[in-house]
Design a protein around this ligand. Structure first.
Ligand SMILES: Cc1ncc(C[n+]2csc(CCOP(=O)(O)OP(=O)(O)O)c2C)c(N)n1
Ligand SMILES: [Mg+2]
Length: 281
């Protein structure tokens, strides 16, 4: 196994993040629907996992039994998942332009089995952490030492099943399970604090028996470092609370939560492309 940790090139990872945002923008604008702001929010998190030496995986051998699993529990951020999987070499990039087309494997929410690298069918929020725990327990039975990473949303944490999974993971001492919480402070219909507050959030996870760490969710080195720093074999699952900005990278999307389930119009996309490439002027 190549230890990619020795070869992490941060400027290259920042460039990857920029390219992923452009792909998400192009996919959703062309489809005329999808979730651009939810996808932009977690770009650096997925860059850290897939290109920062965290996930142990083989894109050319996608169902290798020993692979680490990544589960996109906030399945509406499917454009981000697809863009990352294509960039990692799981399937040809041309597939991205079939987003949300009838009979395409690149559906609006991920469907396990249609594309290599898609580990779980998600989109009905609240379920991915339970699926991830199932994978950890399966690995234990099969004597495989893979780890499982699950990306969950903050609005998703308003769903009761997340807390059932949290409780069960601690009970089963699932220390190969790592959740990453995309804490962008918004869900579909508005701010988390108004719809149903989560705070004190770190304390909640800690009280459920989890190891908790926090980081700036757009700082790739900080994310990599936080993910590497969780003590191993503690008998406790881990969660990284990543503080993010919904719509990150495009100022007028960051400022308007109603972009949640709305693609940019072509003229807006042209402005967004400029910002992603050159920043705000
Ligand atoms: C069980 C369920 N209820 C409602 C929805 C509709 N829905 C899609 S995304 C979303 C908000 C999710 O918010 P969050 O988890 O914070 O994700 P973000 O887009 O902010 O990253 C909702 C309510 C759903 N997909 N599944
Ligand atoms: Mg959110």
């Amino acid at each position: 196994m190549v230890d990619t940790r020795q070869t992490i090139d941060i400027p290259n990872l920042a460039e990857k993040a920029r390219q992923l945002r452009l792909d998400i923008l192009d996919m959703t604008t062309q489809a005329g629907s999808g979730h651009p702001s939810s996808s932009f929010s977690a770009v650096e998190i997925l860059v850290a996992l897939f290109f920062g030496g965290i996930l142990r995986h083989r894109p050319g051998d996608p169902w290798w039994p020993g692979r680490d699993r990544f589960i996109m529990s906030k399945g509406h951020a499917a454009p981000l998942l697809y863009a990352v999987l294509a960039a990692a070499g799981y399937f040809p990039r041309q597939e991205l332009w079939r987003l949300r087309q009838i009979d395409s494997p690149v559906q609006g929410h991920p469907i396990q089995g249609l594309l290599p690298g898609v580990e779980a069918t998600t989109g009905s929020l609240g379920q991915g952490l339970s699926v991830g725990l199932g994978h950890v327990l399966g690995g234990r039975l099969n004597k495989l030492d893979y780890r499982v990473y699950v990306l969950i949303g903050d609005g998703e944490c308003q769903a009761g099943q997340v807390w059932e999974a949290a409780m069960a993971a601690a009970h089963f001492k699932a220390d190969r399970l790592t959740a990453i919480l995309d804490y962008n402070k918004y869900q579909e219909t508005g701010p988390i604090s108004r719809e149903m507050g989560l705070e004190p959030l770190a304390e909640k996870w800690r009280s459920f028996g989890w190891q908790v760490s926090q980081a700036d969710g757009h700082d790739i080195p900080a994310l990599i470092s936080a993910l590497r720093s969780f003590p191993q074999e503690t008998g406790r699952p881990s969660i990284l609370i990543a503080h993010t900005v919904k719509g990150k990278g495009v100022s007028f999307v960051e400022a308007d939560f109603t972009f949640h389930g709305r693609a940019l119009k072509p003229e807006q996309a042209a402005l967004a492309r400029e910002e992603i490439l050159y920043g705000t002027r």
